[in-house]
Every structure is written in C-alpha cells, then in structure tokens.
Design a protein around this ligand. Structure first.
Ligand SMILES: [Zn+2]
Ligand SMILES: [Zn+2]
Length: 147
C-alpha cells in the first residue's frame, strides 16, 4: 500500500493528515513487518515528543488503521491493518502473528485466522492472541555466515 492509497483509504474516516500522522504512516509503509513501540519512538524522537506519537497511535488504533500485537517478551508492537483491495468492506479479522527468533521481526499472517473459542459464561474475553515463533522468510534465505 502506498501513500496515495493510504490517503484514499483514510478519507472516509475524516482524519486530518497532520505531520505526525503522515510520519508514523510512512514508518509503517516503509517496513514490511510490524514495528515496535520503542522503534517508533526512536524513529520519531527528533521530530515529535512521545505524547504526540502515543496519541497518533491511539487514533490509528481506534480507527482500525493499525492493530496492536503483544510480542513474546510482552513488548508492544504495531502493524498496519491490511484491508484487501478487492473487499474494502471486509472487517479486520484477528489473525496469527509470526515472531522470528533470529531478527526479532514480527509479521502478520493475515490469512491465518485466530480460531474461535468457546469459554464458559463466567469468563469475559477481552482479547485472544496467538504468536507463532520460528525463522522468518528473510532469515531463512540467508545462510549463516562464518564468523
Ligand atoms: Zn527473521
Ligand atoms: Zn497483524
């Protein structure tokens, strides 16, 4: 998804594209994987304060533009929510995530949906997350270089 598509997609939300919003979107678009909150703060610290970044992320999350992932070490990670071009009306579905043990990259497995679960009524479910760990497609292609 490029910036033009993002702008087109944001239009119905009535969201004004302020500089922090554009910058944060740019970071997401230039990464093909999820971005940690720490990384987002590091990439924006020269330009915006933490509160601005936090508010921007909250606004995007509320609108369903990004979604939050809890990493294997409880780190907070954000990923762009991909809405298929063919079906823009299709709501975002909870999917599995892949965490690479080599590069620590986290990827959305958009077509691997979180299976539905049935719990007794006494439980109030707030969220369900599933993380797959292993070696990602990029690390898998690189042979280990001898030191
Ligand atoms: Zn990797
Ligand atoms: Zn995801």
């Amino acid at each position: 998804m490029n910036m033009k598509e993002i702008k087109y997609w944001l239009k119905p939300y009535g969201l004004k594209l302020t500089l922090p919003r554009l910058k944060v979107l740019e970071i997401f678009l230039s990464n093909n994987k999820a971005v940690t909150y720490a990384e987002l703060l590091r990439l924006t610290e020269q330009v915006f304060d933490r509160v601005t970044v936090y508010r921007t992320l909250r606004a995007f999350e509320d609108l369903g533009i990004i979604h939050r992932i809890v990493g294997i070490n409880s780190s907070v990670i954000y990923a762009l929510t991909i809405i298929s071009k063919a079906d823009k009306k299709k709501p975002h579905q909870q999917h599995l995530h892949f965490s690479c043990i080599k590069c620590n990259g986290v990827y959305c497995l958009d077509d691997q949906l979180v299976p539905s679960i049935t719990l007794p009524d006494i439980y109030e479910v707030h969220s369900l997350s599933m993380m797959v760990t292993g070696i990602c497609h990029i690390c898998n292609e690189k042979p280990d270089l001898p030191l």
